[in-house]
Design a protein around this ligand. Structure first.
Ligand SMILES: *[C@@H]1O[C@H](CO)[C@@H](O)[C@H](O)[C@H]1NC(C)=O
Length: 140
């Protein structure tokens, strides 16, 4: 008899655990389906993509994730954006295989890892601060 009452109390204590586990699973599944949405950033804030402020200083302190969108806004008569590699960023000279944008309202999705952007409309823009290196973390 002592044995059977032990069995009963075992069942009684596992039922709440099963409920807790079910609720936990539902919460986790819910959390996954509400994963962080990609954020949209307007590069340079109110200044846009420009030499007014160093673009790297705009990016500093922000945490970017792969999939986030960078919007480059600028006057397409006096600027453009070139996606370069680290050499292009350091030298301010677009590398072979770099990609140029010139719409004045370019939406570029961040890939995982480092991305580099420079302005090349005239040869001084990049050196004057129209350049930006961004590290995007794995999406959460
Ligand atoms: C950037 O691209 C150029 C041209 O393809 C290449 O020579 C250079 O090594 C690259 N730099 C880096 C850091 O990958």
């Amino acid at each position: 008899m002592a044995r059977s009452s032990g069995h009963v109390s075992y069942v009684a204590s596992t039922v709440p655990i099963a409920i807790v586990m079910t609720v936990l699973c539902l919460l986790l599944a819910n959390n996954v389906s509400h994963a962080r949405r990609p954020a949209t950033y307007y590069v340079g804030g109110k200044f846009g993509w420009d030499t007014i402020i160093p673009m790297d200083s705009w990016a500093r302190g922000k945490t970017f994730y792969a999939g986030d969108i960078l919007v480059f806004k600028y006057d397409d008569d006096v600027s453009r954006v070139v996606v370069v590699n680290r050499t292009g960023y350091e030298t301010c000279i677009p590398n072979a295989g770099s990609k140029e944008y010139e719409s004045g309202n370019d939406r570029i999705q961040l890939p995982y890892g480092y991305s580099y952007y420079i302005g090349t409309y005239n040869e001084y823009d990049c050196a004057a601060g129209e350049k930006m290196a961004i590290k995007a973390l794995a999406p959460k």
